[in-house]
Design a protein around this ligand. Structure first.
Ligand code: ADP
Ligand code: ASP
Ligand code: MG
Length: 468
């Protein structure tokens, strides 16, 4: 039996957390026979190593020659403390310290180059941003070896082949499967636990790419698929997927079972607990996915299955994405012009922006969609260029943005065919005077999304959470 387990930033965030993670790996090795572990960069909240690395690169690009040096010291300290707490002086300590030191020196060298050139490419960001995983994997593997579990740190650049879309690369499955099987299977056969870096991969030329922020979850699913694993487990710092973000709603509860569809909606609409791309490799290969708490391993957490039982009244969870803008194209003359929607979204796509929600009035007098706040100006400029003639003719009256807004999404497969759900949602929002600016229902009827003023987000989420 093969189990793929991914450990998030907090699960490797300190010497103590790594010790607990190592125990989980050791136990799983006994129970499952073959275990592959994937690790994120160290991330004891609120300091995440990946954030520090990227911050260093960005500050250097702005001509700041000092911040990255301070960050290098901070990175040295964080990793030194972990190594000091985990590795005995007469063992591999010196070697791992030296290896980590080399990554941090390289970080500082790259930042220096960026500072001199005044230019930071997505490719350089991936090289710098991925170093956290390379360091944590080496520390954890050495700690496991020291405690009698054979383990080897492996950079996923050796396993996962992607396109060259730096910062958000897409894996090429056949090549990934070949490389992963030929590198990992022999280790598993010898009883060695591969400790693989999450987040990073490489293009066909071997240049480091990354799978997008939070992408280590996706690494877990990719390797699960490549190795035809029996299960994929995501270890984090909460008891599975909860009815709401526990930081926003303190009485949020863990959800025992969710369907792939439900959890995909939650992840897409902001529930940070799982990267939205994680589900696809698991669904397509029927691999069960579990989310569990490293700091409370006895808790069953959440299991993601093809069809989960319907929850109470249909609503299972509520989530939100903040800092968005709602962009509207409106005009009385739009009714007669064919292809307005296609042209609108064509212009947005050419601008390389993605749209999170769309709502169109039936008379076609307006079409509106939500996009990240920071993309507003560039999207409006693209739309104004696209509809230049229509704007001059006043067929399109205006293109404007309402910002900042957030999308609050209510998820539950049981909402399908349960009458009155929308009524309860809008009554709950109305009771606290939260205005619904736009509404969209997922075609699967497994989610309803409501756009509200950003300032109303917490109230809206709390009101809807009370309905669960
Ligand atoms: P990791 O480093 O383990 O990947 P993340 O910080 O990426 O951890 O994701 C876990 C965090 O996601 C939790 O600590 C919690 O604050 C947040 N979160 C947001 N929404 C939810 C939700 N619906 N259920 C559980 N956690 C959530
Ligand atoms: N370390 C990466 C990030 O912070 C990937 C991850 O944690 O999943 O985005
Ligand atoms: Mg995460």
């Amino acid at each position: 039996m093969t189990l793929v387990m991914k450990f998030g930033g907090t699960s490797v965030g300190s010497a103590q957390a790594m010790r607990e993670t190592a125990v989980l790996i050791k136990n799983s090795q006994k129970q499952w026979g073959q275990t592959v572990a994937i690790v994120s960069a160290m991330g004891s909240k609120p300091v995440k190593v990946t954030d520090l690395l990227l911050q260093g690169a960005h500050s250097a690009a702005n001509g700041d020659g000092e911040t990255y040096q301070q960050l290098a010291d901070q990175l040295r300290q964080i990793h030194y403390e972990a190594i000091d707490g985990l590795l005995a002086p007469d063992g591999e300590r010196q070697q791992i310290l030296a290896e980590n030191g080399r990554f941090i020196d390289r970080f500082a060298d790259l930042c220096k180059a960026v500072c001199v050139l005044g230019e930071l490419s997505p490719r350089a960001l991936d090289t710098v941003g991925g170093m956290g995983e390379q360091m944590s994997a080496r520390i954890l593997a050495a700690h496991l070896r020291q405690n009698g579990t054979p383990a080897e740190a492996i950079d996923a650049t050796e396993l996962i082949v992607t396109d060259s879309n730096f910062q958000n690369a897409t894996p090429r499955f056949d090549l990934t499967k070949q490389k992963t099987v030929s590198r990992i299977r022999p280790l598993l056969a010898q009883g060695i636990v591969p400790i693989v870096t999450g987040f990073i991969a490489a293009n066909a030329d071997g240049i480091t790419t990354t799978l997008g922020r939070g992408g280590s979850d996706y690494t877990g699913a990719i390797l699960g698929e490549a190795l035809a694993a029996d299960e994929v487990w995501i270890w984090t710092d909460v008891d599975g997927v909860m009815t709401a973000d526990p930081r926003l709603v303190p009485n949020a509860q863990s959800i025992p079972q969710l369907s792939y569809r439900e959890v995909s909606e939650l992840a897409f609409y902001g529930a940070k607990v799982l990267h939205p791309k994680t589900m696809r490799p698991c669904v397509e290969n029927g691999i069960p996915l579990r989310i569990k708490n490293t700091f409370n391993p006895e808790h069953p957490g959440t299991v993601i299955v093809p069809d989960a039982p319907n929850g109470n009244g249909g609503i299972k969870a509520v989530t939100a994405i903040k800092n968005l803008s709602l962009i509207t194209v409106e005009g009385k003359g739009m009714m007669g012009i064919p292809g307005i929607a296609a042209r609108t979204f064509g212009a947005v796509a050419r601008d390389n922006q993605s749209v999170l929600l769309i709502s169109q009035a039936s008379s076609e007098q307006s079409i509106c969609f939500a996009a990240p706040d920071e993309a507003t100006n560039s999207i409006i400029a693209s739309l104004e260029a696209e509809f230049k003639v229509e704007l001059e003719r006043k067929d399109v009256d205006r293109i404007w943005a309402h910002e900042p807004v957030s999308i609050v999404t209510i998820v539950g497969a049981g909402m399908r065919g349960t009458p009155g759900i929308s009524g309860r949602i809008f009554t709950a929002l109305g009771a606290e005077k939260v205005n619904a600016i736009a509404i969209a229902q997922g075609s699967s009827e497994c989610s309803i999304s409501v756009v509200v003023d950003d300032a109303d987000t917490a109230t809206a989420v709390a009101q809807i959470h009370d309905l669960i």
